[in-house]
Design a protein around this ligand. Sequence first.
Ligand SMILES: [Zn+2]
Ligand SMILES: [Zn+2]
Length: 298
Amino acid sequence: MPARDDGEDGAAADALSVVAHELRLEILRALWAAEGHSLSFSDLRTAVGVRDAGQFNYHLSQLTGRFVAHVEDRYELLYPGHRVVDAIQSGVFHRDLAGTEIDVPGTCSDCAGSLAFTYDEFIARIECLDCGETILGYPFDPGGFEGRDDAGVVRAFDRRTRRYWRSSTDGVCPVCAGPTDAELVADATTLQALDRYDKHFASDQPAIVATDCRHCSFYSYVPSGVVVLSHPAVVGALYDRGVDVRDERLWTLPFVVDTDRVVLAGSNPLEVTVTAGPDDDPLRVGVDADATISSLDV
Ligand SMILES: [Zn+2]
Ligand SMILES: [Zn+2]
């Protein structure tokens, strides 16, 4: 259970109400855009474009101390101010990119059909254009589309999903930095029936890793192959076999997305064996109940 202070919601609501004003958000964004995230009062007022100094001063004073620091004759963005700007720039409050479809490298593990990246309701998916199977899916902020061509968007989705999954299975929440738990779960179908992102996380493998933040709402289901991917001996052994994991995408790594690359090695406690690498020179890696690597045969 998340540890909660009495009054935590009240303090958060109070902080959010302070920034819930267009002019105040403009002040935060103007400071963010300024060199050194810092401006004098007059430069800040010019940047925001408010004629009425009294009105401007009032709104700035509401932010000062919590989101903005007043240091000598300048105003600077504080860390919580940065996080407010980050939340806006992620695009989740105001951008809708539904309908995006981009062809991607790789083939469907079920039917060998071609794959596409699609985007709907903040979820990016790698889908088979032939059989309709979702190979992999995960939330992706609209900010991921900024300043990138199609290939860049797809690469960014791969990289960010890897980092989120790696961090959360390594005990650190990628959203709030709080502690996460990770465990192998066998009944993926039942679990994912409860989940709004159902069916998108290697659900046909015999077990997946469930990870959950004790502090915030973050949780995820992660293919066992992603845990394997974080071990340096595995990355090195794959490299020796001609596979540079940096050049791959999660959905082009068979041990992440294919059903037959993950087999049950024990049910009490739960353990799986993940087989990576080429068929004629495989590496076998055991992943145990707490989602750590229990054996390495590379
Ligand atoms: Zn297919
Ligand atoms: Zn968290």
